[in-house]
Design a protein around this ligand. Structure first.
Ligand SMILES: Nc1nc2c(ncn2[C@@H]2O[C@H](COP(=O)(O)OP(=O)(O)O)[C@@H](O)[C@H]2O)c(=O)[nH]1
Ligand SMILES: [Mg+2]
Length: 269
């Protein structure tokens, strides 16, 4: 016989605890922590209950106050000393060690009952995206309810081949995590009007990149980029890119709308 009291309780608790995790990943110095801060402001302005989690054990200063912080569990300086490691080696040990604290961090997060959890990841993309511990932490902490914001610096908009290399990186992150992903180019406030105009064309109409290849010095690398671009198009497209600036707030409304679409509207990945 069905125990309706139990069913009711289950449904109630199910609705109580839908926490949407958003991991911000990207190239070193692309502005992940700054975007985390700006996104927190945007979501809070929309009256959502949002908290932040810092997963960068080596960071000295953050532009936001994280409610949950890996540095409370792991002492980067102590690991450098104890294992006699350089910065990269120590960060690898930190991220691998973080696996042991995921349950505790999850408990801390649950106490806030947030709608959204914005997770800032270590400076170096490869540390998190290309190690098994990073992937494990991502799914275990969020219990598989997560999306990814992939962030790359506006400097990659200088040449079409640079932009293709970022598309490839975005695709490789997508292939690693197999989660809904929003690709963003950061710091667009630094772009000149000319570059901004070209960038807008590239992101809204990826095929326009093909024409730009001709204007780049024809060499073997240019040809290589063009072929990679063709393959990306063939296998379903390089994906959309949003142009954002955490300083001016450009693109933040679009980013928010995409997040809401993924987490509350439901989209196929
Ligand atoms: N001009 C500009 N600079 C930014 C923007 N976002 C971040 N930065 C700067 O880029 C640097 C790296 O930012 P940070 O958030 O620490 O990057 P992370 O290593 O990816 O977390 C800092 O000096 C930031 O002030 C932006 O939207 N515009
Ligand atoms: Mg950072």
């Amino acid at each position: 016989m069905v125990d309706y009291k139990e069913v009711k309780f289950f449904t109630f608790s199910f609705f109580m605890f839908i926490m949407n995790f958003v991991y911000i990943l990207g190239t070193a110095g692309s502005g992940k922590s700054t975007l985390a801060s700006s996104l927190l402001d945007t979501l809070r302005a929309a009256e959502l209950n949002v908290i932040s989690v810092n997963l960068d054990p080596g960071v000295r200063w953050l532009p936001y106050y994280p409610e949950v912080d890996i540095r409370e569990y792991i002492d980067y300086d102590k690991i450098v000393e104890e294992y006699q490691l350089g910065p990269n080696g120590a960060l690898i040990v930190c991220v691998d060690t973080a696996v042991n604290y995921i349950e505790k961090m999850r408990e801390e997060i649950e106490k806030f009952e947030p709608d959204y959890v914005i997770v800032d990841t270590p400076g170096q993309l490869e540390l998190f995206a290309y190690r098994d511990s990073g992937r494990f932490i991502t799914s275990a902490l969020s219990k598989n309810n997560f999306s990814i914001i992939f962030l790359a610096d506006a400097i990659f908009l200088n040449r079409p081949s640079d932009f293709v290399s970022i598309m490839l990186l975005a695709y490789s992150v997508q292939a690693r995590f197999k989660a809904p992903q929003i690709n963003c180019i950061s710091k667009i406030d630094l772009l000149s009007e000319d570059v901004m105009e070209k960038a807008l064309q590239w992101v809204t109409e990826p095929l326009s990149l093909k024409e730009s290849f001709f204007s780049e010095i024809a060499d073997i690398k240019g040809e290589f980029s063009e072929r990679i671009f063709d393959i990306l198009l063939e296998i379903g497209g390089p994906g959309e890119f949003l142009l954002v600036s955490s300083y001016t707030g450009q693109g933040m409304t679009d980013l928010f709308a995409q997040l809401q679409r993924i987490h509350t509207g439901g989209i196929d990945i």
